[in-house]
Design a protein. Sequence first.
Length: 458
Amino acid sequence: MSKEFDECLQRYQLPEFNAAWGAIYRGIEKESLRVSKDGHISLASHPQSLGSSLSNPFITTDFSESLLEFITPAYSDIDTCLAKMEDIHRFTMQNLENEEMLWVSSMPCPLGSSDEIPIAQYGSSNVGKLKTLYRHGLSNRYGRLMQIISGIHYNFSMPESFWQPYQEMCADKGQLKDFKTEKYLHLIRNFHRYSWLLIYLFGASPAACKCFVQGREHDLQELDDSSLYLPYATCLRMGNLGYKSEAQKSLFVCYNELDSYADCLRQAMDTPYPEYEAMGQSKDGEYLQLNTNLLQLENEFYSTIRPKRVVKSGQRPLEALTQDGIEYIEVRALDLNPYLPLGLDKEQIHFLDSFLLHCLLAESPECHKQEFFEVADNISKVVNQGRDPQLSLNLEAAPKKLTDWANEILAEVSNAASMLDKIHGGNNYSESLAAQSAKVADPDLTTSGKILKDMKEG
């Protein structure tokens, strides 16, 4: 436990600081495929009854017309946040047409040809056309199958009442916005180091439909007539079949400073990539992609977490970040839990808040290149073999057994959970942590373990 964390534990147990710890803000973004009543992807346009996908703040589309995205505002109360997501779900289900349903898993439903997957349309405005063209670029670069994998994004921020006392405690004399940015980067670096643990605990994509891998190289095994899997897999969504880009593998996106992070992404947006140049920006008068650079836009960079800021009209995301600093972080490593109506629940949120608080307050040395690629290798191992009881990961170039390391991290996260329990009353945070510890002791209790058990028995 770091000195800062220890001081926080002492200082923030005072009544006048309870409001700061009790007002963590979180928002949820959830993707879900629309499917027909026979379980195949819907080829119908975005229902007009759900409003405009360009302007509705709560219901939009992601890559495809068929891929809905539900968005809650940021709330300091967990129940209110989940209730809002439930309201969005209820409204959607009441307004879907032709007996359509929402697919509950991250990996897509049965598909025909990938060319049939309809790319999202946003109307005839310049902004709408730009959004659609960007998605055509994604389609031509990575294929449409990868783009309809669903997930949950968890937006997390500390309240304003937290930052000034924390800055004083750290004896920082700089601008508050710079201090906040520094500490959010601190959180992000630790999250990268330990994000494999979230993938182990909450990964819910150990198998995929055979149609998803048609014509693609893979090492999956046959589970049944329609499904492929890996015996110890946790989250194929985060592996080579999911959100991975060979072109981006060489990128060393550094989170040590905001300027270096922004410079790396800007360079990727300004650097032509041979494969995309060969494709061309247009063909027969039709645009194929926004440009031929490694990244069309900053959002094309795939990562398990992003620094974020609400953008003003006409602002680019990187411009907003570098001008005004980081406002919140977006966790992007979470699968939909098919056993839960909303894809996640209160228990998971309790753990996420404890985990992210630990990442914020624990020591967080700067990340070097060797560690950056070591982290990527750890994630790959957990994606494909995470439930193997003998699996070892890499820690500072030395092997470390997953179960031992997981228990060490959870023991440290327990400090944050205990503090949140004292402030909120009850034992919800500690009980959530205990549930995760049980999954480390017994891999069959993980969501991926339960899914494979049910598929084999089903």
